[in-house]
Design a protein. Structure first.
Lengths: 338, 338
DNA sequence: CTGTTAGCGCTTTCAT
DNA sequence: ATGAAAGCGCTAACAG
């Protein structure tokens, strides 16, 4: 391995001078700078970040901890985060938690040991509080994306859950629906709670009384959506909902699939809409009406907040950024009902 | 920051003993081990990997360098790679190159400086050779995924491009198509060249002469697919192809979109099929007939090959793993032609 | 503008 | 089974 000592010897300077050249110190004579740089190129020298980190206390490593990179919503967050990280000279370590707090905890531990400078986190629920506190204890900056743990304050960037839910529900109401089912996620998530509240409020404002049989809490992947949907449509005639709002793209797709199995036509017999596009390639299948959250921006801006904090360029108070969604009306919600 | 010295003092042992406990050395008395472990828990000590790396020369960091995490094919590779890395105690650094050799080069440089123990690489073309050679020079193990740079040999894992292309073309031929267009990627990619060759061979075996007007080379994202497709369908009547084979999911979707714009019905007027599913959520839109490459396995096994090599558990000769695809016949290729 | 000294936190090597 | 000394590659702090 080539070190600054090798460079120093060859260039007839001290190792410290080499260090200064590498770090672009301005108090270096142009001529020596050039000479050192030449030797660096000659010997194909690459600085050792481990050694540097030992004194500087920074690794230029940041982590992105998300439930699952396979979900297009998180994929876009990752892409945004990575773009910003690269731009600012940081490396991105990726971790999938599968919404499992234990896995999340394991990850956070490994990341602290790896010496990451900061963490961009989509927490998997209330249970995340304990390991998030470890980050606080070690004063490792972190930023919440999409969801927060209210007990442990930190910078956050998320979608406007209230406004987005309202938009979606009002769209359905405008089409004539009054019996609207809401298949939500687990209430341990902050965004799920916000969406639940907004759903109820929007209905009430429209003079519709929320029906408990229409409010379904799931744990995302662990649930049997076929069963959930079957139960919903088997409600006695006058009770059967005419529209389903799904809390994310995954639930939306599974709802669609279950309805297909049950041979219930969408949107004729059942309107369907959800948060976030299930497609990552735009326009592949323009069918589902969705509220598209700006996932790329959430990752990009989240990384910016994080690195500002790492570099102490952030105010002491926590910052909360809320981004609006875009309602994309397609055919799954259909035309106004007669 | 808590160090082994803090632990040592509190436990009345030498720092070296603490080091041995951390590293699970067997030559430690049970009683002292327990005591040290207790103090470690008490002080919430986390080993500093930077310091460790300085002597051990390993960081337990591996990189995954792919064109774009947003493409479901690469998303699945990433998920597989991450799962295996976590399982073996490694962290995964993610890098998107956007098929840009300069960006790829920049990344490889940064990664070497970050001290990664190995790289899982989807090279962006012939131009990658120069920076891949840098890895060789520094003896940083790497494994090719999906594509290779033949001039620089290394372990590789990829789909069976010959067999897969053959399957797809034979499926179209079996449906009665003889005028089949192939929209491929840039010939600087090994898999693109293999697919091109397999395409020609399969046609010839079926007694069909490849038509140069049907063989289109694109650069993936930079191209105007609307134009390409428009040109293809505007060929004089007898010349117009009846089927299009797209070399990846992105081209497939764009072909579909262009045909929609041109109001050409799929599959009635034009059959369409491609490599890799554009959907990451299974069964969302079961329309496109595709050859699904086992992307998750490619990432998972690729990571395994890589870490074996890092830990010198691999044979000296390079290993080449080729995985078969699954042909998923859906409606975009239609029924047999009359 | 450049060099010297010391030390970051850990592990290797040799003693005991 | 445990400890002391030295050094991994780099930079902060001071000297010159």
């Amino acid at each position: 391995m080539v070190t600054i000592y090798d460079i120093a010897k060859r260039a007839n300077v001290s190792p410290m001078t080499v260090s200064r050249v590498i770090n672009k110190s301005p108090l270096i004579k142009e001529s020596t700078r050039l000479k050192v740089e030449e030797v660096i190129r000659e010997l194909d020298y690459v600085p050792n970040k481990q050694a540097r980190s030992l004194t500087s206390k920074e690794t230029r490593l940041v982590a992105l901890v998300i439930p699952d990179i396979s979900n297009p919503f998180f994929t876009n967050i990752a892409r945004g985060a990575e773009d910003k990280a690269l731009q600012l000279g940081y490396h991105l370590i990726l971790g999938n938690t599968d919404e499992n707090p234990d896995k999340e905890s394991q990850y956070i531990g490994m990341l602290m040991s790896a010496g990451v400078d900061g963490v961009l986190l989509v927490p998997s629920g209330e249970a995340s509080a304990s390991h998030v506190k470890k980050l606080v204890k070690r004063s490792i900056p972190f930023v919440y994306v999409d969801r927060t743990i209210p007990q442990v304050p930190a910078d956050s960037i998320s979608g406007d859950n209230f406004q987005t839910t309202r938009q979606l529900v009002q769209h359905l109401i405008a089409l004539g629906h009054r019996k609207i089912a809401f298949i939500n996620g687990p209430s341990s998530l902050s965004n799920v709670r916000e969406r639940d509240q907004a759903f109820r409020e929007t209905l009430q404002l429209a003079g519709i009384k929320p029906n408990p049989a229409y409010m379904i809490e799931t744990h995302f992947k662990q649930d049997n959506f076929d069963e959930i949907i079957a139960k919903l449509v088997s409600l006695q005639q006058g009770e059967r909902p005419t529209a389903i709002l799904a809390a994310n793209n995954f639930i939306g797709v599974n709802t669609l699939r279950a309805l297909r199995t049950l041979q219930i036509r969408v949107p004729e017999e059942m309107a369907v809409t959800c948060f976030d596009d299930p497609d990552i390639i735009p326009d592949y299948n323009p069918f589902l009406t969705v509220a598209k959250q700006p996932a790329y921006d959430m990752g990009f801006l989240g990384m910016q907040l994080l690195i500002e904090r790492i570099q102490s360029g952030a105010p002491a108070s926590t910052r909360k950024i809320v981004l609006p969604s875009e309602l994309i009306i397609r055919s799954s919600t259909g035309k106004p009902k007669e």
